[in-house]
Design a protein around this ligand. Structure first.
Ligand SMILES: Cc1cc2nc3c(=O)[nH]c(=O)nc-3n(C[C@H](O)[C@H](O)[C@H](O)COP(=O)(O)O)c2cc1C
Length: 181
């Protein structure tokens, strides 16, 4: 198996159990500098990123939590306090369906690049698309423009080897493949 195949197969989404080790801006930037080599049609590079470092997390989470109904706030504070940092991936929307789809494909490719590169460095990532990524109040906090979409919140944090979730197998592609004849 090639190195890339091994990394693709072994990567897991890390959803909990983050350690207190800080996630440095320079680490995230260095991963992004490679991740941006994702295919992107027309070289539109339809992405930008917002990094929330550990030292800003409490302030950010407080603002985020305030956008939820009162009865959900404790639960959400606990949830958002777990990652060591966040990377928010913002996509440029396009009014044309074809270009919109291409942009989302490009951003998705970039996010997978980022996840694989992070995995190599034992930095845990999960791509989150909870309802708050569509919430206008959250967009205001982040300064999201009308022609932008929050593609996801990437929850980041280092993890212990023993906390890596069990392998999730996939259906063999053989079962999904038909050969046109
Ligand atoms: C577009 C996208 C959105 C996702 N959104 C969420 C999410 O909102 N919450 C979550 O816990 N995981 C989310 N995930 C992670 C998936 O649950 C995870 O990839 C899947 O369970 C397979 O696990 P693995 O990544 O460890 O192989 C998302 C993944 C993708 C690709």
């Amino acid at each position: 198996m090639t190195t890339i195949a091994k990394t693709i197969r072994e990567r897991r989404s890390i959803k909990s159990g983050y350690t207190s080790e800080p996630v440095k801006e320079e680490t995230v930037l260095s991963l992004l500098e490679d991740a941006v080599y994702a295919p992107n049609h027309g070289l539109r590079e339809p992405w930008r990123f917002i990094f929330v470092p550990g030292e800003k997390k409490d302030e950010f989470v407080a603002k985020l939590v305030a956008t939820f109904p009162k009865e959900k706030q404790d639960n959400r504070r606990n949830y958002f306090s777990q990652p060591a940092a966040f990377l928010i991936v913002v996509m440029k929307q396009d009014p044309r369906q074809k270009q919109w789809d291409e942009n989302f494909g490009a951003v998705s490719s970039l996010i997978q690049n980022f996840q694989l590169l992070a995995w190599e460095q034992k930095l845990g990532v999960v791509w989150k698309t909870n309802p708050h990524i569509y919430e206008p109040k959250v967009h205001d906090i982040l300064g999201i423009e009308k022609d932008e979409k929050v593609a996801g919140f990437l929850h980041l944090g280092y993890f212990r080897e023993e906390d890596i979730p069990a392998a999730k197998t996939r259906t063999s592609a053989k079962e999904k493949l038909t050969v046109y004849s």
